[in-house]
Write a protein that binds this ligand. Sequence first.
Ligand SMILES: NC(=O)c1ccc[n+]([C@@H]2O[C@H](COP(=O)([O-])OP(=O)(O)OC[C@H]3O[C@@H](n4cnc5c(N)ncnc54)[C@H](O)[C@@H]3O)[C@@H](O)[C@H]2O)c1
Length: 361
Amino acid sequence: MKSKIGIGLIGCGGIALANHVPGIALSPVARITALCDADGAVLNRASEQTGVSSKTSRYEELLAMDSVDAVIIATPNLFHAPIALAAIKAGKHVLCEKPIAMNAPEAAAMCDEARKAGVRHMTAFTYRFVPAMRYMAHLLSTGAIGVPYHFRAQRFQDWGMRSIGWRQVARMAGSGELGDMLSHRIDFAHLLFGGFTEIVASLRKYIDVREGQASDLDDWVSILGSFENGATGVLESSKLVTGGGEGGRSRDLCEVNGSEGSLVYELGMPFHIRVGKKGGSGFETVSLPKEFLTLPGSNRDPHATDPLVGFRYDQDVEFIQAILEQRDCRPSFVDGLRAQIVMDAAMESDRTKQWVKIRPC
Ligand SMILES: NC(=O)c1ccc[n+]([C@@H]2O[C@H](COP(=O)([O-])OP(=O)(O)OC[C@H]3O[C@@H](n4cnc5c(N)ncnc54)[C@H](O)[C@@H]3O)[C@@H](O)[C@H]2O)c1
């Protein structure tokens, strides 16, 4: 193993600069060694911001570089699978943005090829790294709510009528609100309650034209489902919660109820959860134990940055740790595939107006 792990960024737009550049900067053993973006202006801006001079508009060139041991793919969704498969073929470890593919067969191929090649593979389900979500998962794994009854997730933002670029184009994104926002909450469901057995879903597009460009994808989605553990789930996500704000300050709620109690996560309170106990008279707000404020092994100071932002950097820490420890990333491409299977089923259910069985993977 080299003394430093070289990271190639493929797609240097919004999320690469906001999440991954500072995330990699936290690691004493990793550094960004090459940049790739199809847009020259974006590439130059990323080069200026990172000080990395090795840059190309063709990902094939980046994958041929010896200085690159691992890649982070942060392009529009259409390009995830082809770039990931090429990276795996070149023997690079891959952290891929969500949703990892356009459909489940593509995601399954990514899992298979990564396993065969023995490279590390990770899905950027960033919100798993919110301290409150990590604590909630810990409490559930210790049986804190007894017999699970209900899973509930709500992601409500006000994106209004504005242009959202490739995100409003089916050919580039695959799905709208479903893949963009609800995919993270489908992953919460998997993390907290395990697999779904069947779902029924509805998707709705309200806005046909955003700033003069056709918009052909869902602005709202809802899924009703049953889990292997016997519980029920209700998930809803919308871009059109007028007046509700956006980003970390808008509603991102996840709640679980069981025979012994309930737990509530809200992104806006990343260092707290709300707890309801059997026989109690309502929810209490509980501070997280200190050890949950950062991912174990992360040298990040949880109070040094906005708590609604800093947790995102732990995702890159996990990628690097998994490479060093030669173990599976958490979450891996398998988690990306599981979410993709539910997303495909949601689109099928919306088309057929039927419940759809979820096959385990
Ligand atoms: N995990 C999260 O919380 C989170 C948040 C935002 C976005 N995302 C995901 O990250 C990905 C990127 O989103 P974004 O908001 O940064 O988009 P963006 O449009 O800001 O950036 C994407 C970049 O990819 C570049 N690009 C397009 N095709 C390319 C190619 N073939 N080779 C190299 N570069 C190419 C574009 O020029 C652009 O600069 C999407 O999959 C999105 O769903 C995840």
